[in-house]
Design a protein around this ligand. Sequence first.
Ligand code: GTP
Ligand code: MG
Length: 576
Amino acid sequence: MNNLMRRAQNVQLWRKYCVKQYTTEAASASLSRGKPNYDEFIGGRQVQAQRSIVVQVSSEKSYSELYNYCSRFGSIVGAHHYCVRHDDDLHYILLEYSTVNEASAAIDSGAANGDLSGVPVRSPFLWFKAAPGRRGPKLAANTNNNNNSQLPLSDLLSVDGTRQLDQASLLSQLRGAAGIEQQVQLLHEHTQLNDLGVRMRFLAALQVQQAISGMFPAAQAHPFGSSVNGFGRMGCDLDLILRFDGETGLRKESDGEPPSRLIYHTKENLSNGRSQTQRHMECFGDMLHLFLPGVCHVRRILQARVPIIKYHHEHLNLEVDLSMSNLSGFYMSELLYMFGEIDPRVRPLTFSIRRWAQACGLTNPSPGRWISNFSLTCLVMYFLQQLRQPILPTIGALVKAAEAKDVRVTEDGINCTFGRDLERVGFQSRNTSSLSELLLQFFEFYSQFDFHNRAISLNEGRQLAKPDHSAMYIVNPLEQLLNVSKNVSLEECERLRIEVRNAAWILESEVENSTLPESERQDEAWGLLNLFKHPEKAVIRPNMFFKPRMVEVSDLFEEQQQQSTTGPASDGGATA
Ligand code: GTP
Ligand code: MG
């Protein structure tokens, strides 16, 4: 075997061990088996994206014509229509082929747009031009051996797949629920990121990866955060990490062959790794802005602890945060994914708590001195760990269950090793509390929590003495010298305490009112809906746990709004 081939093979191996390269069958199997582990889930979705194309059409009525035209490249196994709403609705159909090669053939057949200026770029984003000289949709002959040809076309297509239940219908569903338990489940069901939402996010990642694959054949763009950890809601942003070398800290196995003696020449590194990343990102931001179809409103935020490029993808209607140096965030998403898989109550409960926090203005889409969704999620996970009958294991227990294949150390030395095999972790909860009981217990627990003196450790599943004067201290599970909630100000922490106390009070009264006849329940807000009321309506409730404080939550809300107009005090979220 010549060296060139061996080198090419090494690149393949490198990729294989960075994120498993799944065959089509393995990918489909892992997705349909029900409970894939994180690597299987990510690998399966990546291959699914490679088998897919997104085509802009004039409306969902173009589907038959598109299906027949695109079937010449291979067997279409799924189709999803969605709209991006501007002045006019823009319609798109995501087509899934049965193999990666078929999707590639469809993309390779694409022609440059002769009518408009613009640099032609190979990407999975295409548009379906009207057939020349034809007004109506005359169908091209279906020349492939499509297994689905016996299915009516409409059975393959899901229409308007990203439309969310509007607020009024959601509230009406919640009003009609049989109890708080069902409300929590319904909220989760109707607001969680759906299958198409996940597909679209993996296509956005693939586009970035493919755009640079010529120069960086081992490059990998990995979605992380709420898009993949199972805690995402419809419309959530996409957090993306791009590695030019595919390196994610996964253990590399030797293929038994000695390493190549031919080494790539490279450009000399700048002395400072951080300025180098910033420079690369600046350059990459330009490339995205100038060449990638769909990418717009590119913003470079290079001074943050984790420098990011933000952009909007207009064909996917998606906000993207791209980083190049936040691998611990990627593995943190794996931990959250595992927590969500361990017990079916974890995700619905977290959704209700996130929604409550949003409704009372505790969280805010922009980073600042308020608690981030990620920190709030950590509070929920810790609450579930410290119960007398825990619902989640500690991270320490996961670390103990690690095997050699679980070793992950990022390039900056952060140890992200923990047991990935839940069966081996062997955690079984004996807690039988209902979701409504857990919700109330969550609010009661944090009403009494001593944020002033205590820190929260998910690694140990217990409180620790607070090591500094931060208002809220949550030990960063993967970088234990850092505080995930360092950005939270004293006022915001106090507001959280007030709001959890209010919420506990509201839920306690709900339990008392649970005997109300069903007819009365239909007419008015009850249960979760009372937690989601506008913050201006919230008042300090009679004290259950603390001395009364003569502060109106609405006053604090105004204060926060003033602060937000003057800009955030510190960068929160992923910058902890
Ligand atoms: P939303 O974007 O609000 O839906 O939630 P998110 O979970 O995606 O949060 P965010 O975009 O702020 O962060 C993305 C991911 O980065 C999180 O899910 C975590 O996995 C990770 N992350 C965020 N902040 C930290 C941090 O302080 N430490 C570590 N280790 N990871 C973090
Ligand atoms: Mg996010």
